[in-house]
Design a protein around this ligand. Structure first.
Ligand code: R5P
Length: 326
């Protein structure tokens, strides 16, 4: 048989570092397995358990000397458990002489505490950065961080991914007529604009004021929503307060269908009950955070595993990651 021309031959995965090794913490084993399947690369054998007193107990069963290691661990709830487990995994890998260590953290816990907005409070997102680097991370991969400028807390490369292409595939499949993309607060305008651009849709802004850490109040809507199919986009649903209030005001202003498309489904406190009671037709989220038994009835989970797997491949072979979003 003839050898195909060089440009049509599949390129072998090669890297300046060693072969890929994938290691999963306990935060989201299902996602780790899906990433591993997408890469056709097994998860390394390791014990990531707890001592009787609750301390993290880790032991790698494989030699990873010189390898290009990716640690798969979103710091979702229970955030402190998952964070410490990640730190000790990084330390384990560094002491085992990994060639390069990349923390793959599709959900970045503590990202909302990214500045000192009042006296006598921590900048928790910076503490996360300090500890990851101090424990051995050479690179970070994360997705839709609450504030993109958190990248500046790091002096190592950060690949900041977007869930947008994954969620938009699903929104487009719904075939919504003449949609308008809505952000539930002014801070999300840039994100909403990126969604609107691909959908060729208009933009609307819900003017949300934060009364306290857990309470918000909606004043009014900027943009045309009457008789329109609305796609509300946001980085996360936590207690569900912001997004369900936004849905209610859109409905009150005459919106037709309301679809929610959100990157991170934290779903804490009253979130599921609020979403079930809200006037929404579909709730699209990614699997950056594992979901429990109690889920909103209209929930559809879209997997980021192929996107994360492709990112790992690109990092390993030193190819562009930003081109995945063009
Ligand atoms: C706020 O700035 C974020 O983008 C989310 O809208 C917010 O964190 C969601 O929180 P909750 O679901 O508790 O309203």
């Amino acid at each position: 048989p003839q050898t195909p021309a060089a440009e049509t031959r599949p390129r072998p995965m090669s890297s300046a570092y060693g072969d890929i090794t994938l290691i999963s913490g306990n935060a989201h084993v299902e996602l780790s397995k899906a990433i591993s399947e997408n890469l056709d690369q097994p998860l390394a054998s390791a014990r990531v358990a707890r001592f009787t007193d609750g301390e993290v107990d880790i032991k790698l069963d494989e030699d990873i000397r010189g390898r290009d290691v990716f640690v798969l661990q979103p710091t979702c709830p229970p955030v402190n458990e998952n964070w410490v487990e990640l730190l000790l995994l990084l330390d384990t890998l560094r002491r085992a002489s990994a060639g390069r260590i990349t923390a793959v953290m599709p959900y970045y816990g503590y990202a909302r505490k990214d500045r000192k907005d009042e006296g006598r409070v921590p900048i928790s997102a910076k503490v996360v950065a300090n500890t990851l680097v101090a424990c051995g991370a050479d690179r970070l991969v994360t997705l839709d961080m609450h504030a993109a400028q958190i990248q500046g807390f790091y002096d190592i490369p950060v690949d900041h991914l977007y869930a947008r292409p994954v969620l938009l595939d699903e929104v487009e499949a719904m075939g919504l007529d003449n949609p308008v993309v809505v952000t539930p607060d002014v801070g999300g305008t840039k994100m909403a604009r990126a969604y609107a651009k691909r959908l060729n849709a208009d933009l609307a802004i819900v003017d949300k004021r934060r009364i306290s850490g857990s309470e918000t109040m909606i004043e009014h809507v900027i943009g045309e929503v009457e008789g329109r199919n609305c796609v509300i986009v946001d980085d996360m649903i936590s207690t569900g307060g912001s997004i369900t209030q936004a849905a209610a005001i859109l409905k009150a202003k005459g919106a037709k269908a309301i679809v929610i498309a959100v990157s991170h489904a934290v779903f804490c406190g009253p979130a599921v009950d609020r979403l079930d009671a809200a006037p929404v037709d579909a709730i699209l989220v990614t699997d950056s955070i594992p979901q429990g038994e109690k889920r909103p009835k209209k929930l559809k989970v879209c997997s980021i595993a192929p996107l994360v797997a492709q990112t790992i491949r690109s990092i390993h072979t030193s190819e562009s990651v930003s081109s995945l979003f063009e």
